[in-house]
Write a protein that binds this ligand. Sequence first.
Ligand SMILES: [Zn+2]
Length: 352
Amino acid sequence: MSKLHRPFHASVAALLWLASGLFFTQAQAQPIAWVDVHFHFIAESAGGAEQLANQGLELMNQERIRRLVVLPPPQSKTGALDGSQLVEVLKKHGDRFAVVAGGATLNPILHNYSKQTQVPEATLKEFREQALRIADSGVVGFGEIALHHLSLNIKHDYESVPADHPMLLVLADVAAERDLVMDLHFDPVLTLTPVPAELKEFNNPDIFQPNIEAFERLLQHNRKAKIVWAHAGGLDFIGQYTPMLVRDMLSRHSNLFLSIRPMARTPGVMVTPSGEVNPEWVQIVQEYSDRFVFGSDSFLVDPSAKSGSAARLFAERSKAQRMGIRRVLMALPRELARKVGFENAERLYRLK
Ligand SMILES: [Zn+2]
């Protein structure tokens, strides 16, 4: 190569390098579209749910969300739209929506029997049959089921049931048989813990009993049951849903997955309201990159729904929570963001 050619080659190489750099930067800047696996519709009629579906589609387009997995919150009474009724409404919109069900049908039954460790055989059989009917209606999982759910406002129930309750073991077996997920709300308690001052005036007991060992028994009961522990990294008034606990549980339970709801004002969260991302949580997501998905716990409420009073209070915070998820996606390396953003969810919930 002559001296004359060298600068020419060098400048072409530099240009190519610059161009590839620009291209790469542009590709990087394109935000990843994600799947939200924990999105509540509060509706009591098909018409109400249809309106929420339209709102949901608009929101997905605005915020680059590929799909919403819609589910009823864990209700203590029946009445909200659930199961096949939701599936009927949402299937008109193709694959943008999937349904997880049982929160307004199975959850109220479970909590009716929460104090009984012995459940009559016939009742268990009936519960199993109802779960199978829901499974057959075209849902991708059971939820939201509350194992331990603190009361966060005066209109919001306190729910507690041992995680190894016979009905939950039955549900885990049905989930395993049909390859469905179980989406569980579980505020973990490791040792006897008094209720925090800010939650005293609501419907909580004065002291919370340890519940983690029963949760481990549920996980062990059927390893084919895919259990999604909701709300990792976020609001935790008891303060025991920590990165340390999550790492320990992931290391010992191959069928445990977590959906991330990252933002809150309480200490130790994944994303603070000012947008700082907690490296301790990111580290665990990196270590167990196949086991995390995002679930914003958003609420859309049909204005005519009677059961929507507590939900309306939560609905206001939904957008900020989804922005918190966007913040986490930006903080993760591209490949990891794709996995946690949508690949894991599409595999785990069989959304393809
Ligand atoms: Zn929940």
